[in-house]
Design a protein around this ligand. Structure first.
Ligand SMILES: Nc1ncnc2c1ncn2[C@@H]1O[C@H](COP(=O)(O)OP(=O)(O)OP(=O)(O)O)[C@@H](O)[C@H]1O
Length: 246
């Protein structure tokens, strides 16, 4: 882990963000007044019980969802003011997502899936494929380059999805339980890649239920009922909060 320069602007800033899903009697306040900065070089773990707002936080951080109030800034760009193409471009260029359910496109091979965001951005196919190959190598699945998702195990699909999140020069990497489908050895490998990407200058948010995964992070933000109840440098403390018996 490296020294984080907090004197510069953060790559991700959440400023007093509230998100209410639904309206009237059905309204659920998933996040309430959350403020969080994630700087270049920093990996922040987000922990908390089911329903505490972790996925909502990640979706807002990546511009997949809009805040009810407050502001989300990615590299200084206010996500709430962007619409349509401009928002899609910001997400494609600056944000890498790793979802729980992979979201690979079934009709594309591994390398095509990874190269797609770069090609959408106008990179020439050859260059996009070279970068995609490198991203697959990083997580140890280069030999799967020409395989389709339905011919891969869950763990292999997950690693291809991680390659897609890391390809190019995304400065913000958002991962929701990225090791869910992996055995513990492969899972650790994926976290190491995420850690290395942050050490190389990206900012990362990692949602996890496991304290040993949170231990890869520089600090842990603990959510309960949509509120940050603790922000700590130690995964140990977070573990104790999750389970008072620890
Ligand atoms: N689209 C939605 N419509 C209505 N309520 C929602 C919606 N999305 C989330 N919620 C509610 O918002 C709250 C936070 O949900 P969220 O999925 O962010 O929690 P989480 O911590 O990620 O949970 P888990 O660990 O189970 O994935 C929950 O009460 C959930 O039911």
């Amino acid at each position: 882990m490296n020294t984080i320069d907090r004197s510069t602007d953060p790559i991700l800033r959440l400023d007093n963000v509230t998100r209410v899903h639904g309206t009237d009697a059905a309204a659920v306040r998933a996040l309430a007044g959350v403020s969080l900065d994630v700087h270049a070089g920093e990996l922040v773990a987000v922990m908390g019980p089911s329903g505490s707002g972790k996925s909502t936080l990640l979706n807002l951080a990546g511009g997949l969802d809009a805040a009810t109030s407050g502001q989300v800034l990615i590299e200084g760009h206010s996500v709430g003011t962007l619409k349509g193409d401009a928002l899609a471009k910001l997400r494609r260029r600056r944000v890498g997502f790793v979802f729980q359910d992979f979201n690979l496109i079934p009709s594309l091979t591994a390398i095509e899936n990874v190269a797609l965001p770069l090609e959408l951005d106008g990179l020439r196919v050859g260059k996009a494929r070279r970068l995609a190959k490198h991203a697959l190598e990083l997580v140890g699945v280069a030999e799967l380059a020409d395989r389709y998702p339905d011919k891969m195990s869950g763990g292999q699909q997950q690693r291809v999805a991680i390659s897609r999140a890391l390809v190019g020069d995304r400065r913000l990497v958002l991962a929701d339980e990225p090791t869910g489908a992996l055995d513990s050895h492969t899972g650790e490998g994926v976290l190491r890649v995420l850690r290395e990407r942050c050490d190389a200058g990206a900012a990362g948010l990692l949602v996890t239920h496991e304290a040993r995964h949170a231990a890869w992070a520089d600090r842990v933000v603990f959510l309960r009922d949509g509120v940050v109840v603790d922000s700590t440098g130690s995964a140990q403390t977070a573990e104790a909060l999750l389970d008072p018996a620890v």
